[in-house]
Design a protein around this ligand. Structure first.
Ligand code: 2BA
Length: 118
């Protein structure tokens, strides 16, 4: 993929995943021939490290990439002490742990206007 496809069918899949799932996802993407870049990121709510993966693929490949993400990044719930949450912790009167979603993935699929490889 060295230039924008003539029909503009290139998509950018942006995946925000738990660190623990991201490495396996990267490995599978690359093994299947999908280009991928992993960037270290941090969740705004939990302030935990997560990973943002960028993958530029043809429109016809998006479904396979999404299937892989669904298989490898499954959400679960976890209870965290409210005191550990950045926005609610300090001075909070709540004593019950708060249920949060961990793992899983947040995925954006966006159209790419132009792609160039120099
Ligand atoms: P965090 O912002 O650290 O959020 C971690 C989890 O905490 C979220 O899981 C959600 O279940 C919960 N959460 C987030 N904000 C909340 C709030 N104001 N009140 C109560 N609970 C809240 P996910 O939804 O699976 O999101 C996982 C990570 O994906 C997020 O980490 C953030 O880094 C990213 N993310 C999620 N939605 C996004 C979006 N629309 N745009 C950009 N990044 C997003």
């Amino acid at each position: 993929m060295a230039a924008t496809p003539p029909d503009g069918s290139l998509k950018l899949v942006i995946i925000i995943a738990a660190d623990s799932d991201a490495d396996r996802l990267m490995k599978e993407l690359v093994e299947r021939g999908y280009p991928a870049t992993k960037i270290s990121s941090t969740g705004g709510f939990l302030h935990r490290g997560n990973a943002t993966i960028l993958s530029g693929v043809d429109a016809g490949e998006v479904e396979e990439v999404l299937a892989l993400i669904r298989e490898l990044c499954q959400a679960r719930t976890e209870y965290v002490p409210v005191q550990t949450l950045p926005f609610f912790g300090e001075g909070s009167t709540l004593s019950e742990p708060v249920e949060v979603r961990v793992g899983g993935a947040i995925v954006f699929v966006v159209n790419v206007d132009q792609f160039e490889k120099t």
